[in-house]
Design a protein around this ligand. Structure first.
Ligand SMILES: CC(C)(COP(=O)(O)OP(=O)(O)OC[C@H]1O[C@@H](n2cnc3c(N)ncnc32)[C@H](O)[C@@H]1OP(=O)(O)O)[C@@H](O)C(=O)NCCC(=O)NCCS
Length: 297
């Protein structure tokens, strides 16, 4: 985006002004996300604001009609999320206008986002390319029948503060770039399990309150068996509760374990990326079994 993003715009019959999301009223932001059927709690929105930057569109009497955010991970990479236009005003160019502001801030960075169906065309026209499908698995957890313990060589245990450096390193390999700051914040509000062999961390799964209940993510593992070993404790701890996990894995024993536990595919989003100037694409590896969230990747 080379042209500077305009500060105001006529949308339908409303004159909208753009403002930083950091100053937006949290209740209004919550109302905006509820208006498009998203399950985020105001705590989740506040957490996103603490992790990223972005914009809101406001009409002349201060109502929020749109939002768009970006989340830096290092100097060269960011994820994009919270792209919302109030239903009453959709297809009038609000999202494109707010995305122009975000892309202007992110100039030169590699970018990744998870696009809902309604947003495919917008992102495609802004130069984003499809990467892979993400399956939003969720539901009320059923009692586990398969309680096979991990293999003899593996130990699964709760992650502690001293494990954070190993957690960040393993996540970096899976996510494609270090997101140490975010991982520190997620770690502080999550319960985590790690799978160790010979004292080294091979797989991890964090779980925190989110949306309608709890979300497991990120999940990093080298195999379905290891991924199941680290999410099993979280699943067992949430029997009869609402649990969610967003995964690129469609088939195999991990996907079967999720559906047998009550986490069935509720929806899909399309992971899309856009390259920064001259920099190699940041590609998520096969070991990223679960996302932290749609917005955070
Ligand atoms: C996706 C969303 C943000 C688009 O907002 P918007 O303000 O309507 O988008 P714009 O008016 O700027 O439109 C941008 C482009 O997408 C197209 N578009 C918008 N809504 C569309 C729809 N429902 N179906 C097909 N195309 C659509 C527009 O025609 C436009 O394309 P064009 O410039 O080639 O004509 C909005 O539909 C929304 O808030 N949906 C619910 C939340 C959501 O899914 N957010 C996306 C998260 S990734």
């Amino acid at each position: 985006m080379d042209a500077p993003a305009a500060e105001s715009k006529l949308i339908d019959s409303f004159k909208m002004h753009v403002a930083g999301i950091e100053g937006a009223n949290l209740e209004q932001l919550h109302a905006l996300s509820v208006s498009v059927g998203w399950p985020l709690r105001s705590e989740d929105l506040q957490f996103l604001r603490e992790c990223g930057h972005g914009y809101v569109a406001r009409d002349e009497i201060g109502r929020l009609t749109g939002s768009a955010m970006w989340f830096p991970h290092g100097d060269d990479f960011a994820t994009i999320g919270m792209v919302i236009t109030s239903p009453r005003l959709q297809t009038n160019g609000t999202a494109r206008w707010l995305m122009d502001h975000v892309l202007s801030d992110c100039r030169g960075r590699n970018l990744r986002l998870n696009a809902t169906r309604a947003a495919h065309r917008l992102y495609h026209s802004l130069g984003f390319q499809p990467v892979r499908t993400i399956y939003q698995c969720q539901g009320i957890v059923r009692r586990l029948t398969d309680l096979t313990p991990p293999t003899e060589q593996s130990v699964v245990r709760r992650l502690e503060g001293e494990d954070l450096a190993a957690v960040v390193e393993l996540d970096t390999g899976a996510f494609g770039v270090s997101r140490a700051v975010l991982m520190g914040k997620l770690f502080a509000q999550s319960i985590g399990y790690g799978l160790f062999r010979g004292g080294q961390l091979y797989a991890l799964a964090l779980c925190r309150p989110f949306g309608r209940g709890y979300v497991i993510g990120p999940v990093v593992a080298e195999s379905d068996a290891d991924a199941i070993a680290v999410i099993r404790q979280h699943v067992a701890a949430h029997e009869n509760k609402f649990l969610r996990l967003d995964t690129p894995v469609e088939t195999g024993t991990f996907a079967t374990f999720l559906s047998q536990s009550g986490l069935t595919v509720f929806d899909t989003v399309l992971s899309m990326s856009r390259r920064g100037k001259g920099r190699a694409d940041v590609v998520p590896g096969p070991s990223l079994y679960g996302l932290a969230s749609h917005a955070l990747g």
